[in-house]
Design a protein around this ligand. Structure first.
Ligand code: ATP
Length: 368
């Protein structure tokens, strides 16, 4: 561990837990955030995940103090903070538009918050050096933001937040203005900085891959409410609803009648059509349910296979290097997305198999 990492770790453990209770925010009659309860442990990296409009930024702005709450409260350990103005909360913020001062050098941008807090010259120089080293921008310290790439500008914004050793770092889609390659690089940077400094972080994103890669825990929001909270493994492997399954790469969401249900195993299918057996917490015979399957969990098999065997006619086949991403249609007209290393062409008939434990069945959620 480098000296600056040891020094910066002083920030860790500045609080035990941040608690949100019934946090609600309305805009007129519209409810942007509804009764959010959340316990964030000191040092944790938490991602707020969900599609546009689900209330992620509202939650972050309520935490930051940029938006007053309509109801509920926020506590840092025993201190109630939702009445405090943003500057008295001691939080660092990183937004998607960087918000750097264009006329100040990289170094002066990073030092700005310290000068506002009247930190001494020598201490400022030491902490700015340390922050610039952490984001690997030392050699660019005299440039203006306009002379930097998007990724470098975002690193300045991160340095500017961490130099203050905030109790909590709030990030709102910080990577969304970067191209795909830089996004992945910066994601690793953010993870590394979090591992080194252990700063408690709340990170807003609509990108499930980003949330899973970065966070210790993921909070999936839907229409201002929590739909699921769990580790990336939990949310990815056991999505709690079709909504989350769809978000987590279960691209096939097939709504079918329930033919039989017993002991956690459910068989779905149209009369005279193929049957699909999967796992479910609960499912009722005679109703309709949704079977969720990831494209990569299907296998192209020899025809006449027993168990979960779906015969499809290939409609589209896209070359993706090691494998083909394909779309097939069953005789009943259901579109199936699947992936396979086999070379298959449109018009071909193939049989797809999938193990029942990879088919998640959700009851009463035809709206996906
Ligand atoms: P995005 O990813 O698009 O930023 P989000 O999940 O962050 O979306 P929010 O910005 O929190 O969503 O918005 C939640 C809901 O609150 C939306 O329906 C939005 O239209 C509404 N909303 C947000 N800010 C305001 C405002 N200032 N006035 C009125 N309605 C607002």
């Amino acid at each position: 561990m480098t000296a600056e990492v040891v020094a910066a770790r002083g920030a860790r453990g500045t609080f035990g837990a941040l608690r949100l209770e019934g946090v609600t925010r309305r805009f007129g009659k519209a409810v942007a955030l509804s009764g959010l309860d959340l316990l964030i442990e000191g040092g944790e990296f938490l991602a707020l995940l969900g599609p546009s409009g689900c209330g992620k930024s509202t939650a972050l702005n309520c935490l930051a103090g940029l938006l007053p709450l309509s109801e509920g409260g926020i506590w840092l350990d025993d201190e109630r903070i939702d009445g405090l103005p943003p500057e008295r909360r001691g939080f660092g913020m990183v937004f998607q538009n960087y918000a750097l001062f264009p006329h100040l050098s990289v170094r002066r941008n990073v030092a700005f918050g310290l000068s506002v807090r009247r930190v001494g010259k020598a201490e400022t120089a030491r902490r700015v050096d340390e922050a610039l080293r952490m984001v690997e921008l030392t050699e660019h310290e005299n440039k203006l933001p306009g002379q930097l790439s998007g990724g470098q500008q975002q690193r300045v914004a991160i340095a500017r937040a961490i130099v203050l050793r905030p109790r909590l770092v709030l990030m709102d889609e910080p990577l969304s203005n970067l191209d795909a390659k830089l996004r992945v690089q910066m994601r690793t940077e953010i993870r590394r900085i979090h591992q080194d400094l252990g700063l408690t972080t709340v990170y807003v994103t609509h990108d499930q891959e980003e949330a899973l890669a970065l966070a210790d825990r993921v909070v999936v929001l839907r229409a201002g409410r929590v739909e699921q909270i769990g580790t990336p493994e939990d949310v990815y492997t056991y999505p709690a609803s079709t909504y989350i399954a769809g978000f987590m790469g279960y691209r096939n969401l097939l709504e079918l009648p329930v033919l039989s249900a017993a002991d956690g195993r459910v068989t779905l299918g149209e009369p005279d059509g193929p049957e699909l057996t999967g796992v479910a917490q609960e499912a009722v015979e005679g109703t309709r349910a949704v079977a969720a399957v990831r494209p990569e969990d299907f296998r192209v098999a020899a025809s006449g296979q027993d168990g979960n065997a779906l015969s499809v006619r290939v409609e589209v086949s896209e070359f993706h290097g090691r494998e083909v991403a394909a779309e097939g249609v069953t005789d009943g007209g259901q579109v199936i997305h699947f992936r396979t290393p086999e070379r298959i062409a449109p018009g071909e008939r193939v049989t797809l198999t999938v193990p029942p434990e990879r088919v998640l069945v959700f009851q009463g959620e035809g709206d996906g």
